[in-house]
Design a protein around this ligand. Structure first.
Ligand code: ADP
Length: 536
């Protein structure tokens, strides 16, 4: 022990991950596919070095400790450079989802009080829809050359003109990154990740029974870098020395399969919608792509249908289901087949693999029923899943959503589960009133409130119905006011003013009145029976 500091106090910081990539794995590839489909090749070493320059440039623009740096970027090497530059300099990287509605994005950047924003040139139009909502001090734009539209700074110019920063020593509990999550009602809530959380999460992602990431791997995150740290893949790659393939905005099946084959990707991760489309493409042309390097397909964000597990098995590819949440940085559970089931029947194995999995190391789980009692792990009792662990958020930015946290330090997930004696969870229902379409949330309550603001609508209730392509889609059940008329296209147009087009229901069902419970809430169970999957 020197000066009272034991080695136990050595801080766990993102800086150590980035320095490791730079020092020990400089030649590992970072391949990006640009929006115009051209391929850009660089390395972990080059990205880490440029990150030091980028950090100096940001510092000279006035970005200081704890300041938020927003990104409006695809999966591309510049985004990785920001992942590598912003936390080590002591600032906070705040990733924005370009698919959100302009109004929502405007709220988010103001709520986070982002000081600068880095935008890909292909997203300038999206940026223009919300830029007036907040006074950014600087707008940095990633372009092919060193030019930038008037009033904006060119990313390449900034990097090229800056000296590399010597990383400061940081406290591990300092904020490193930030991401907003949609709420059931009201506004999105900011989740902040500490350096310590990111490091421990990266270590656990890389473990053999999670994604097993090593210096021999090449990872392709289909999951966006703007969503919950891309499930931790970029930092796990830095930690382990894995190569990265960043697919840009084009996530159609053929484009992703081409990259997986051409770049000899070993591990990839994304939501079921993408893998469903890919499976169809593989079924149609089983010999078109050489996927012999691919050993891990991590799927999460929504339930993985058994047919998907079976479908990929037919192509010799193993799907690993994971469950997570933005509030968990995001990994919570993973569903690796245990050794005890290796010789079981195919049916038993698929039953297990269709579950969401077992808590990863350092993550604790429990579930409580409506009376607040802990449920037994008997795979029968139902309860709301609660979690705690070193990368579970302790609260939201500006103290919002306190209801989601228990007084004894657990986070309430809103997922209703059964837990078996092995500790393996199965999500059976959702307590939160949300629809998850293509891996992105749509708030039923927000849609209902907006529908009920239409002059012809007396009541509106929105439910999720399953959809082969998107997982779920919203369906609106509407009761019109006496004597009023409205067609689905009128209601759709009305909603499109406040919602992104993909959030607007495809189906509207008109009823004389919506059934209500004794306390006046819409009886969604009954609506699901009549119009949803339960009624089919
Ligand atoms: P992400 O999409 O990264 O998982 P979100 O915070 O947007 O993070 O969504 C988390 C929610 O998504 C969970 O609470 C759960 O309802 C749902 N979810 C995530 N993974 C799965 C899964 N494997 N199966 C079923 N639902 C899932």
């Amino acid at each position: 022990m020197i000066n009272g500091l034991s080695t136990d106090d050595y801080p766990l910081t993102v800086t150590s991950l980035v320095e490791r990539a730079e020092r020990f794995h400089p030649h590992r590839p970072v391949v990006s596919r640009r929006p115009d489909a051209s391929i850009h090749r660089t390395t972990l070493g080059e990205c880490s070095r440029r990150a030091r320059q980028l950090a100096s440039a940001l510092r000279s623009l006035g970005i200081g400790d704890g300041d938020r740096v927003a990104t409006l970027l695809w999966n591309q090497s510049e985004h990785l450079e920001l992942y590598f530059a912003v936390p080590p300099m002591g600032a906070v990287i705040h990733t924005l989802n370009p698919r959100l509605h302009a109004e929502e994005l405007g709220f988010i950047v103001a709520d986070a009080d982002d000081r600068v924003i880095v935008v890909d040139e292909s997203l300038l139009e999206v940026f223009s829809t919300f830029r007036d909502a907040h006074a950014f001090e600087h707008v940095i734009v990633v372009t092919h050359d060193r030019s930038a539209p008037e009033g904006m700074l060119a990313y390449e110019n900034l990097v090229a003109g800056a000296q590399p920063m010597t990383w400061p020593v940081l406290d591990e509990r300092r904020a490193a990154a930030m991401c907003y999550t949609s709420g059931t009602t009201g506004r999105p809530k900011g989740v902040v990740y500490s350096h310590r959380a990111v490091v421990l999460h990266s270590l656990v992602i890389a473990l053999p029974d999670t994604l097993a990431v090593s210096a021999r791997d090449v990872l392709l995150p289909v999951v966006p870098l703007f969503h919950a740290n891309a499930w931790g893949l970029p930092y796990a790659a830095a930690l382990a020395g894995a190569g990265l393939v960043l697919p840009g905005p084009r996530l159609d099946a053929v484009s992703v399969l081409d990259l997986l084959a051409d770049e000899r990707v070993t591990v990839t991760a994304g939501v079921p919608t993408v893998w469903m489309a890919m499976l169809n493409a593989l079924d149609a042309e089983p010999h078109r792509w050489d996927l012999s390097a691919l050993r891990g397909l991590a799927v999460g964000g929504a339930a993985v249908p058994r047919s998907m597990l079976e479908g990929y098995d037919r192509h010799g590819l193993t799907v690993l289901q994971m469950w997570g949440m933005t509030e968990l940085a995001p990994l919570g559970t993973a569903c690796r087949l245990p050794q005890a089931l290796e010789h079981s029947t195919a049916d038993e194995q698929y039953d297990f693999r269709s579950r969401q999995g077992v808590a990863v190391p350092l993550m604790e789980i429990r579930a409580r029923n409506d009376d607040g009692a802990l449920i037994p792990w008997d795979d029968t009792a139902l309860g709301e899943l609660e979690v705690r662990g070193p990368w579970v958020a302790a609260g939201y930015h500006r103290g919002r959503g306190a209801d989601n946290f228990t007084s004894d330090g657990w986070f309430r997930t809103g997922d209703i589960v059964r837990i078996d004696e092995r500790g393996c969870i199965r999500i059976c229902d959702r307590a939160k009133d949300l629809v998850k379409s293509g891996g992105e949330w749509i708030s039923s309550v927000d849609l209902e409130n907006h529908l009920m603001a239409h002059p012809s609508v007396a009541q509106a209730a929105v439910i999720a119905v399953s959809d082969e392509r998107w997982g779920e889609r919203p369906l609106a059940v509407v009761a019109l006011r006496d004597g009023a008329t409205a067609e689905p296209q009128d209601l759709r147009r009305h909603l499109e003013r406040d919602f992104a087009r993909w959030q607007v229901p495809d189906r509207f069902e008109f009823v004389p009145a919506i059934p209500c419970t004794a306390t006046g809430k819409f009886k969604k169970t009954q609506l699901r029976e009549t119009f949803g999957d339960a009624g089919r």
